[in-house]
Design a protein around this ligand. Structure first.
Ligand code: FAD
Length: 290
């Protein structure tokens, strides 16, 4: 595995530079300025501390590799991605799982990031413990920053217990009716016609919850609970638009999002943060996280 020092050397301290992960969201936030040097982050799982529920890995590790290894310990991290996505890319994009209502958001996953800053020097954001409250929470700033503030080399992530099983059900119930039948559904999606509910937990609990929902007209779907809703044939055969997550307000759609209006205040604040972290604009030039 590439060391932090080798990664730092690749990043250097002068040229325009970007980390390439799996490339599955490469254009997000704008195209890179021509001539930008693309580097790769270290790859590989470094260590697990299952009893402390943390894992340390190179940011270039495939998310699927990490999730598979955690699977053996009945744990997972609350990040989502396509098959080639990397841990660093998923954090830089800030992609939460469709199971976010139960397992939490991507912004809560990153405990420590060993980074290279715009000056080409290494720095460590956060700490390797879940309760770590000194100083500014730089880790939360790095999640969703699209690599414009610092480049992550090695990360320590919070893990969580993996549910024994999960079941999708389809019907026409309202959110209130669903919440009366089950404790913290992992996902409640609506496509304008039908409601899709993902319940997770121990088999015995799921049988009870599923029976209550079935009594109210929902039916069990024979699909893998981990498959993201936007994969054709996962929830719907003919998927045109997408789904609204009734619990979190997130929209999952295959159609690119219209430009989101950002207030002047938010733009000013973002520009000030960017200038402080990267005064010469060499990290992911051409990209803006909003
Ligand atoms: C259920 C589900 C939910 C999803 N939710 C979202 C979502 O909410 N929003 C969304 O945009 N996508 C979402 N996706 C898509 C998916 O998360 C991304 O495609 C993936 O995480 C990007 O990883 P990547 O390694 O391919 O990154 P790349 O495409 O390689 O890179 C993306 C960006 O991250 C930067 N980057 C990569 N690695 C690092 C690093 N080590 N340090 C600093 N910067 C780095 C790159 O420079 C680039 O700017 C979702 C996917 C699934 C399955």
């Amino acid at each position: 595995m590439k060391t932090m020092d080798e990664f730092t050397e690749d990043v250097g301290d002068t040229s325009f530079v970007s980390v390439r992960g799996g490339g599955t969201r490469w254009g997000l936030g704008g195209s890179l300025t021509e001539g930008t040097n693309e580097v790769e982050a270290p790859k590989g799982v470094i260590n697990f501390k299952p009893e402390e529920m943390i894992v340390r890995a190179g940011a270039g590790t495939k998310l699927s590799t990490l999730q598979n290894e955690l699977n053996d310990l009945k744990q997972e991290v609350a990040l989502a991605g396509f098959p080639d996505s990397t841990v660093g890319g998923s954090l830089a994009v800030g992609s939460s799982s469709h199971r976010r209502a139960r397992i939490g958001a991507a912004s809560d996953v990153l405990l420590q990031a060993d980074c290279v800053g715009a000056d080409g020097e290494q720095f460590v954001a956060g700490g390797p413990t879940v309760k770590n409250v000194t100083g500014y929470d730089i880790c939360r700033l790095l999640v969703s920053s699209l690599g414009t503030l610092a480049l992550m080399g090695v990360v320590t992530l919070r893990t969580r217990p993996k549910p024994e099983m999960g079941v999708w059900l389809k019907g026409e119930l309202l959110l209130e009716e669903i919440l009366r039948c089950c404790y913290r559904p992992a996902s409640v999606l609506h496509d304008g016609h039908n409601t899709f509910v993902l319940i997770e937990g121990y088999e015995k609990d799921l049988q009870k919850e599923s029976a209550s929902l079935e009594k109210l007209g929902m039916s069990v779907m024979e699909i893998d609970p981990i498959i993201p809703p936007l994969v054709k044939g996962a929830l719907q055969e003919n998927l045109d638009d997408g789904f609204l997550d009734l619990q979190t307000g997130a929209v999952y759609s295959n159609t690119p999002q219209e430009k989101v209006e950002i207030s002047e205040e938010v733009k000013l604040l973002s520009d000030r943060i960017k200038n402080n972290f990267d005064p010469t604009g060499r990290l992911n030039p051409g990209r803006r996280p909003y």
